[in-house]
Design a protein around this ligand. Structure first.
Ligand code: AMP
Length: 467
């Protein structure tokens, strides 16, 4: 089956050909004809399957050449993260290049003023994260009663991030006559309930994952006998220097660790930059652009920042920390070995990671992971490679970057805040390696050198003993 057989009009076929695509993916084959018939679609598919085109193409066809009214967008795409929203907008630009559709992106980190101006002029396609959309709505800048098509992308991520009440509210603000295209990689009960309430006799389209981890990804672990962070950083450097490492994403569990590892790698001459939710949007966008273009070799990332990003050719994934939840492991290693390419995933495992590592083995199967035989020396204490190990432990009350589990409330960092609450990215600094401390919302650790280790009290050493 070709794109011509799906019922798409010539201008769209031209844009698809110019994008270099000749055959529709399974989700496109199944969803596009139904969406063109204006039916609701429930797509069970994850990133990498071509799902974005499966909703953008029929939307462009339906919206035609645009006749938007002020403050009344004609269609709405809801995405869990700003990066995904930006990716969706790139798809609209790519496939809609022969149409005259106006588009606005309502995401955190972009000034309200510019977005307001676009809305006032009228938009055909509004792409938004739920928090930012509701902020605009509450300020009276937006009416959703003109929505003809609404898309919910990555609904299960929205659930993980605590966005479901917002999505419900947004659904209720749109007219019941709208067409709904709803996508989720999995269907937990909360998502099923949402689709039952808001979708009208949907066509259910389910596609397999692009390739299971075991098929295209070689998974290896490096066991260390210590959980000392300097040793872990030395181990990471060894892994990065191996043959065949073209580029890679290095995952850490905490934002503070992301910063420390990125800084340490830069000091050792690696071409690395951090990405996580506390960094200014301009810096994050610039970092991703550099990584996509190949100018940046290593991206040091937190789970939330990296989720769902479409970065085509990553040769390696490095788990600096064993993820706390085994499903994060699957997402992390899924950044490599995409689209049938071979990929390699390494993970540093310390004696402190026993339980989390066992959970991963249960998820992936013990025979899929090989142990690496590499000798790692603990670097001398005076080696200046970032910060000392103790400071990487979360301070009492410090946030970590794991996403909230179901039922937990959505932390502030996931809300799309108005730009005035965010620190702006200073242009000059954003262009240099690690971000300046001013770009962070978290407080920096005060100590620059590690206090003496107090034996026998675990991680919770009372402050007076450290003085
Ligand atoms: P998605 O699942 O929408 O994130 O898409 C994953 C990747 O597949 C993106 O880089 C798309 O540009 C690409 N893609 C989408 N449709 C096709 C197609 N029919 N043939 C080849 N690549 C495609």
């Amino acid at each position: 089956m070709s794109f011509e057989d799906l019922g798409l009009e010539p201008t769209l076929l031209k844009a698809i050909a110019e994008a270099g695509y000749s055959t529709p993916t399974p989700i496109q084959k199944a969803a596009i004809p139904e969406a063109l018939k204006r039916r609701d679609v429930l797509g069970i598919a994850q990133t990498g399957t071509g799902k974005t085109a499966s909703f953008t193409l029929p939307m462009i066809q339906r919206l035609g050449n645009g006749r938007a009214r002020a403050r009344m967008p004609r269609s709405l795409v809801l995405c869990p993260t700003r990066e995904l929203a930006a990716q969706v907008s790139e798809n609209f630009e790519k496939y809609g290049k022969h149409h005259k559709l106006s588009m606005a992106l309502l995401i955190g980190g972009v000034s309200f003023g510019d977005q307001d101006l676009k809305l006032t002029r009228g938009v055909d396609v509004l792409i938004a994260t739920p928090g930012r959309l509701l902020d605009h709505f509450e300020r009276g800048k937006l009416l959703l009663t003109g929505i003809e098509v609404m898309v919910v992308d990555e609904a299960d991520r929205m659930l993980d991030m605590g966005f479901i009440p917002d999505i419900e509210r947004i659904f209720k603000l749109t007219p019941p006559t709208r067409q709904t295209l709803f996508f989720s990689a999995t269907m937990p009960p909360e998502i099923t309930r949402l689709t039952e309430q808001f979708l009208n006799d949907p066509v259910r389209v389910e596609v397999d994952r692009p390739a299971t981890a075991a098929e295209t990804i070689t998974q290896r672990i490096l066991r260390l006998e210590t959980k000392d962070d300097r040793t872990k950083r030395a181990a990471l450097r060894k892994l990065l220097e191996q043959d065949g490492v073209k580029n890679g994403i290095i995952f850490c569990n905490r934002k503070t660790t992301v910063d420390i590892v990125a800084k340490s790698l830069q000091r050792h001459g690696f071409n690395a930059r951090p990405i996580h939710g506390d960094l200014a949007q301009a810096y994050r966008t610039e970092t991703l652009d550099k990584f996509r273009s190949g100018e940046l070799q290593f991206l040091v990332a937190s789970d939330v920042a990296a989720r769902g990003l479409d970065i085509p050719a990553v040769s390696h994934v490095f788990n600096f920390d064993v993820p706390i939840h085994s499903d994060d492991y699957v997402h992390r290693i899924g950044r490599t070995g995409r689209a049938g390419r071979q990929g390699c995933a390494f993970m540093i495992v310390t004696p402190a990671d026993g339980r989390a590592y066992d959970a991963i083995l249960r998820t992936t199967g013990a025979d899929s992971i090989e142990a690496l035989d590499l000798k790692i020396e603990t670097p001398p204490r005076d080696e200046n490679d970032g910060r000392s190990g103790r400071e990487e432990r979360p301070r009492r009350g410090a946030r970590d970057d794991r996403r909230p589990r179901r039922g937990e409330s959505r932390p502030a960092e996931f809300r799309d805040r108005p730009a005035r609450e965010r620190p702006a990215a200073p242009v000059g600094e954003a262009a240099s390696g690690a971000p300046p401390p001013a770009l962070h919302r978290e407080r920096r650790p005060r100590r620059e050198s590690a206090p003496e280790r107090v034996v026998g009290l675990g991680d919770h050493v009372p402050g007076f003993l450290l003085r």
